[in-house]
Ligand binder design. Structure first.
Ligand code: SAH
Length: 197
């Protein structure tokens, strides 16, 4: 049996998603044990998380399993799949490193936990939202790995909805809690792309 390039792209994507979950799981367990002191999660946040889940996991997962929507398939290119693999690997590296650096301050929604500290070192020294950078990289990787316009590009749409519904609120919450410290931190950092945005 010969495996085509399109199938290799799909296999890489599935393995990437499994690795993503293996990285995240221990942080989810730990986070559940810490008391929340400020909770800013809102319906908008729920919509953002649901969009990201739909565009980056459910829809592409359905495509990989069923081949639907076939009309949206486009020709595959081995270079695109190789590039997508590198980008997805970089995304997982940034994802893991940002979780480790945030440590006990991580949370899936907008909350402040007991004895929350402002992290501004490592990846956080240059950008305020490296975890969202890793989502963007994953979405770009997905677009190159899946040879289908709908399943490939859904990740970027899901990411954009999550990011823009959340980032302003998250920064306002951080400003409220950390005040001048966060304001100074904002002045020396960008949001998700070092030196650019
Ligand atoms: N936006 C960050 C963190 C995502 S997790 C990133 O993309 O890397 C979301 C939670 O992290 C928020 O609820 C907030 O409590 C916390 N948080 C965000 N930035 C932080 C920072 N610089 N230091 C400590 N906690 C932070």
């Amino acid at each position: 049996m010969k495996i085509g390039v399109a199938t290799i792209g799909e296999i890489v994507w599935v393995l990437g998603i499994i690795a993503w979950y293996i990285i995240r799981y221990p942080f989810e367990r730990r986070a559940r044990r810490r008391r929340v002191v400020t909770d800013r999660s809102s319906p908008a946040d729920g919509i953002g998380l649901a969009s990201a889940l739909f565009g980056m996991a459910i829809l592409p997962g359905f495509y990989v399993a069923s081949g639907i929507p076939k009309v949206a398939d486009h020709p595959v290119n081995a270079w695109a799949v190789a590039f997508g693999t590198i980008i997805f690997a970089a995304a997982l590296w940034v994802f893991r490193k940002s979780h480790k650096e945030l440590g006990r301050n991580w949370s899936i929604t907008l909350e402040i936990r007991e004895s929350h500290k402002l992290v501004d070192t490592g990846l956080y020294a240059r950008i305020r939202h490296p975890m969202y950078t890793s989502f963007l990289l994953m979405a770009v990787g997905q677009a190159f790995l899946l040879a289908n316009w709908v399943a490939g590009l859904a990740g970027l749409v899901g990411f954009a909805v999550l990011f823009f519904l959340r980032v302003g609120k998250e920064e306002r919450m951080m400003l409220e809690i950390f005040g001048a410290e966060y304001r100074a931190y904002m002045e020396r950092t960008k949001r998700i792309v070092p030196y650019i945005y």
